[in-house]
Design a protein around this ligand. Structure first.
Ligand code: SER
Length: 568
């Protein structure tokens, strides 16, 4: 069964069973606490928690989707038979519609009858101190004739929140055999029974609280690449119809390297199409890392000079029927890859020579090679320092980001604090604006970037649609109101934990030291309107600012908007 048929059959099967087909959301989620969309359920989070009403939005309590997803946590495994960074997740979802029996029966029927595969074994939750063993699922599987039901724990069969909180609950997984007889997990069915107030890590450490959800929910996810591997009887995902036309465009080198190149370019194509630009931060950093790693392999192996255009065309051609945006973004994607290749190509050769000369490689000089010549972490590790620690390398990267941010750096043109009085005023106005955005659209609106000069301020923030004219007016009026109130701007130094506890605004992706400066904008009685981690400088009273005016509001990438504003 070809992959397009698997997609069609999946959607058709669940549509027939009363599920509304919902298109994939972007790879860039609106939730600012996660870098990428890693699962189909992410776009449906508010339906599980009861913040949104599925019946009103979909005309059904059940939905089905094929979601573009990115997971970079297993990047070191890419090159083996089953791991990739980008994948498509087939998923069916229910928000209070059906529960364990139907969810398991649907999955069983789809796998064994519709696709005609044999289930090798399944897993169920064995129970923990807090959540009892999932006897019900075990019984359901047995009633369907599946005898090999294995019990596993919290680490493996308990879904935790994506991001800083969310729905969670026990899961049951389906394993099938590939052409080599190896068991591969293909489908994960989550029974969302609880709301967890912390991250998955906090949940596993036992320090997150969970409370029962108002309505129980179903969330399932099946990797299309793995399903195609089983259905097409191949021993690995790279021999399926999703990858083989891509693999054919890559010159013959070590198989693992070929697979890494195919995977990394495929992810990069999707990321660029969804609006990510190569950079040194957040999603842009991951894109840069994937591209540069793949390009270094190409260089080391003496790939043709004309570059990866054929490979990119092949990727787009495999996916264009399902994701039309790839075709319309074809030239943009090629241009961006070549631009990055040019920037990188000039220096990387020097960097590789430096790397060869170095006696000892530790996190510090690995970061030097990355920072100065752009040599990717993974390449340094692979060629010269097998035990190089990624955490230590990333600490160096964060130290650098913090350095270029403190003294208000990063925010100001030219990198270092700009003490021009106009810039200082705009800086204070920037704090007021962020607080107003939070007040209007809720605390999930996070700052994603900023820049201030003498003429204007610029703020990038997570938000998934254009602002209306009315909203822009409202924002202006509210900032001006706060200016007229003559609020005090007060700097306080405090331990980072305390600043976090009081909910001071911090920029996502930035690491702060143990003692931080927090700027408060408050009235004389101490009623606080804004509190932000910040190095200053600021005016001392908002009445000094003048009149605030929005000049422009525009999109930066999917889920991120930009406001440019000034003071008159
Ligand atoms: N959220 C679960 C997963 O990603 C099931 O969709 O595995």
């Amino acid at each position: 069964m070809q992959s397009y048929e698997l997609r069609q059959k999946f959607l058709g099967f669940f549509e027939k069973h009363g599920h509304k087909i919902v298109p994939s959301s972007s790879l860039l989620p609106t939730d600012p606490s996660v870098l990428f969309t890693t699962a189909g359920m992410q776009q449906f989070k508010p339906y599980y928690t009861g913040e949104a009403d599925a019946m009103a939005d979909f005309g059904s309590l059940n939905t089905v989707s094929i979601q573009k997803s990115m997971r970079t946590s297993d990047i070191d495994e890419v090159g083996d038979d089953t791991h990739d960074t980008f994948f498509e997740m087939l998923g069916n979802f229910s928000f209070g519609g059906y529960w364990k029996k139907e969810a398991i029966e649907y999955a069983h029927e789809f796998i064994t009858k519709i696709v005609g595969l044999e289930i090798s074994y399944v897993t169920v939750f064995k129970g923990s101190d807090v959540v009892p063993k999932d006897k019900e699922s075990k019984e359901i599987w047995k009633s369907l004739g599946i005898s090999d039901v294995r019990e596993e724990g919290m680490e493996d069969v308990f879904w935790g929140p994506t991001g800083s909180n969310g729905p969670c609950g026990p899961t049951t997984e389906i394993y099938c055999k590939n052409a080599n007889g190896k068991d591969v997990e293909i489908w994960n069915i989550v029974f969302n029974e609880f709301f967890c107030d912390g991250s998955r890590e906090q949940l596993l450490e036992g320090i997150a609280k969970f409370t029962p959800l108002g309505k129980k929910g179903i969330d399932t996810g099946m990797g299309l690449e793995r399903l195609a591997m089983i259905a097409q009887k191949t021993s690995n995902i790279f021999d399926t119809d999703l990858f083989s036309p891509i693999m054919r465009t890559i010159p013959d080198v070590e198989l693992r390297i070929k697979r890494i190149i195919a995977d990394h370019f495929r992810s990069s194509v999707f990321l660029i199409s969804d609006g990510v630009l190569p950079s040194n931060k957040d999603q842009g950093y991951i894109l840069r890392r994937l591209l540069r790693r793949a390009m270094t392999y190409a260089k080391i192996n003496g790939f043709p000079k004309e570059g990866p255009a054929d490979l990119i065309h092949a990727i787009i051609d495999v996916y264009k029927a399902q994701y039309r945006e790839l075709d319309s973004n074809r030239m943009k994607i090629i241009d961006m890859v070549y631009e990055e290749r040019e920037k990188f190509g000039a220096t990387v050769e020097k960097g590789l020579k430096e790397l060869e000369k170095m006696q000892k490689i530790d996190a510090k000089n690995a970061f030097f090679l990355y920072q100065t010549f752009g040599v990717p972490f993974d390449i340094i590790k692979e060629l010269r320092a097998k035990d190089l620690n990624q955490g230590a390398f990333e600490d160096e990267l964060k130290k650098h980001q913090e350095l270029s941010r403190t003294a208000s750096a990063g925010m100001f043109k030219g990198g270092l604090a700009d003490h021009d009085p106009k810039t200082i005023k705009l800086h204070t106005a920037h704090h007021l604006l962020l607080a107003v955005l939070g007040e209007l659209f809720g605390k999930t609106v996070k700052q994603k970037g900023s820049n201030i000069n003498q003429e204007r301020l610029r703020i990038d923030f997570s938000f998934d649609r254009k602002l209306t004219d009315e909203e822009k007016k409202k924002i202006e009026a509210r900032v001006n109101e706060k200016i007229q109130e003559g609020l005090l701007v007060v700097k306080r130094e405090m331990p980072k934990e305390e600043a976090e506890k009081i909910g001071a605004e911090m920029e996502f992706g930035v690491k702060y030291g143990n003692t931080v400066l927090v700027y408060f904008i408050e009235d004389k009685k101490g009623n606080v309107f804004s509190k932000e981690f910040c190095g200053g400088p600021h005016v001392s009273n908002t009445s000094e600012l003048g009149k605030f005016k929005i000049m422009k509001e525009e999109a930066v990438s999917a889920g991120v908007r930009r406001i440019k504003a000034t003071l008159e």
